[in-house]
Design a binder for this molecule. Sequence first.
Ligand code: SF4
Length: 318
Amino acid sequence: MSPERINRDEALSLFKSKATEDQMHVGKLADQVREARHGRRTTFVHNLQLNPSNVCVRDCDFCGFAVLPGQSGGYSLDEESILQTISASEPSEVHIVGGLNQEWGFNRSLQLIARIRTAFPALYIKAFTAVEIDWFAHQSDSTITEVLGRLKAAGLDCLPGGGAEIFSERIRNRLFPRKINANRWLEIHAAAHALNIPSNATLLYGLDETLEERLDHLFRLRELQDQTGGFVSFIPLPLQTEGESKNRITPLDNLTVIAISRLVLDNIPHIKAYWPMLGLSTAAVALSWGADDLDGTLGLEKVAHASGADTPRAMASN
Ligand code: SF4
């Protein structure tokens, strides 16, 4: 491997390592990068995931969380109950994402952020994926910069990384053709960064994508980060499925994705081992394969568990 920045061919060759010894070598390389950046320090936050509604006008193939409008099983929370939940949990951070629901349009979502900011001035508010930002822009006939600017003025601190899935248009067209495309996702994050709103980025893998497609995703993120510097964390997410196919992604596959991410994304500060989707044991090992952050306590995780995650829904905060 070149002592300079890892390129696509080098990353692909590491990704294709088959012998256990070679895979361990990839983990070791990533751990060296992690050690140089963060020492043995691992971060973890007392946070709360809030999902105002699971009703969504899209119908993404892999999503077990959302239901279409009018279908049974839909819910929509009200503002008071959301504020009460935050008050009862006293988190340092909230992570707010939900379905694209007409009842939760831009103005109401904006007001929610403003009310949370007023009630909890010190709380870190991470809210609304690029998919939701795009929806708000269409709904309110605004530009994405206007939507993001108003959310920031209301109290938004950061955008979560969801909705990126995998940038491959081949996979997107097959599994979630009604979702925004990769260019739009990147455009929205670039617009956020231009307004000094930091954001996270994700990769959903296990969708039958090729290793080249996984790497293309990582390199497109690296390219944008070279321009904006606005990504704080990268979070690789293995597909959650119930039944036999669940075994398709092994713990070693997950560790390898974490390690390759650490090596390729040399300009993104943190790599998260998202324990609800990796499992607690794999997440713990990932801290020696390039990851330096374990996300947080979550409160009551719904999205991954609706798709089959069998990890705990929360961690104790004390
Ligand atoms: S992944 Fe997001 S956009 Fe797609 S159906 Fe689920 S909530 Fe809706």
